[in-house]
Ligand binder design. Structure first.
Ligand SMILES: Cc1cc2nc3c(=O)[nH]c(=O)nc-3n(C[C@H](O)[C@H](O)[C@H](O)COP(=O)(O)O)c2cc1C
Length: 338
């Protein structure tokens, strides 16, 4: 199988909701939620993509050639590349037909595992969304990071225990989930105080990652609560219309908490060039959402591995073309006019 075949298969398997566009830019699926679209006008999803495209990269080929190292260390593990599959759940609702959450999560976590990266799993309105992801992580020998919705603190702690039991190396929470139309109805879902977060963090030895941070102020509060890392994310534009792009808010967040906690980012990342740009802005790593869904629907585990290697090869090539031989050499001097 090659990547074109993966895309062709995905068109058949994604239930017509995702059109597997040539560019996954949020235009054709504006407002399609349930489905893969961004909320409302879709502007937050579209802007994530566009602002990344506007960043341009400086070439530098005058340097002593040596080995290119794309490895990164996060949550106490070394990964082949600094990008990971983002949590995607309630797949029967968003892409009707082909997979349930367990089948989808298995394709993603196993495909990531064979290619040296890791997949996050999700949570949702129905408890099976979480437990099916947990089963996939268990079947992969603990190789996956469960991501919990911001339920009441005790419920979050119960779900963290389930992640511990299956040997996950870390656990995450998408604190922005109250903005999802299906979750907004649930009164148990919502914001957490610094004290709430601290209780959650202290309930486990696992590194705790907070997903859905979009300002330096929120990042500082997460740091105060003791979280291991944050994911700068607007949920792929699915929780609030008219947000800035994640790459637009990243520099302020890096200024506030960079070096003090791990900073990951998602939203609109499609290629190794995009991964490079986000690292140049100061992130430690990135998550990729919809393209991994397309890869899983188009080729299962193998599709996920094919997409991972494609993005990895693009990242490596970008490093060669910019004179960055390891990830720590990638900084803002690699971005044009920045
Ligand atoms: C269909 C769908 C389902 C998602 N489900 C979850 C989820 O269960 N938990 C979560 O934290 N994020 C979820 N997300 C958001 C992604 O994890 C990620 O933040 C977003 O897709 C990144 O943007 P990108 O798709 O442009 O890469 C979902 C996204 C989509 C498209």
């Amino acid at each position: 199988m090659d990547y074109n075949q993966v895309l062709e298969n995905a068109k058949q398997n994604m239930g017509g909701r995702c059109m597997v566009c040539k560019e996954c830019n949020g235009l054709a699926c504006r407002g399609l939620l349930p489905g893969p679209g961004g909320k409302g006008s879709g502007s937050s999803f579209i802007r994530n993509f566009q602002k990344l495209q506007e960043l341009k990269i400086n070439m530098d080929l005058v340097y002593p050639k040596s080995h290119i190292d794309t490895q990164v260390e996060i949550v106490g593990k070394t990964f082949k590349y600094p990008f990971f599959a983002a949590p995607i759940s309630a797949v029967k609702l968003h892409y009707p037909g082909y997979y349930d959450d367990e089948g989808y999560s298995k394709a993603v976590v196993n495909g990531c595992k064979v290619s040296g990266v890791i997949g996050f799993t999700g949570d949702g309105e129905h408890k099976e969304c979480y437990t099916m992801g947990i089963s996939a992580v268990e079947a992969a020998g603990g190789w996956g990071i469960p991501t919990i919705k911001p339920w009441g603190v005790e419920d979050v702690i119960t779900k963290i225990k389930m992640a511990e039991e299956v040997g996950a190396p870390a656990v995450a929470m998408d604190i922005d989930a109250a903005g999802l139309p299906v979750m907004a109805k649930d009164k148990n879902i919502g914001a957490k105080s610094v004290e709430d977060l601290r209780r959650i963090v202290q309930s486990t030895k696992l590194p705790f990652i907070l997903k859905g941070v979009m300002t330096a102020r929120s990042a500082e509060k997460a740091l105060e609560a003791g979280v291991y890392g944050i994911i700068v994310s607007n949920h792929g534009g699915r929780v609030l219309d008219h947000t800035p792009a994640t790459v637009e808010v990243l520099p302020d967040i890096v200024k506030a908490v960079g070096g003090k906690m791990k900073i990951l980012l998602d939203g609109g990342i499609r290629s190794g060039l995009d991964v490079f740009k986000v690292l140049a802005l100061g992130a430690d790593g990135v998550l990729i959402g919809r393209p991994y869904a397309i890869a899983a629907y188009g080729g299962g585990e193998e599709g996920v591995a094919i997409y991972t290697e494609r993005v990895g090869a693009e990242l490596r090539q970008t490093m060669i073309m910019t004179g960055c031989q390891s990830l720590c050499e990638i900084d803002s001097s690699a971005l044009w006019n920045f």
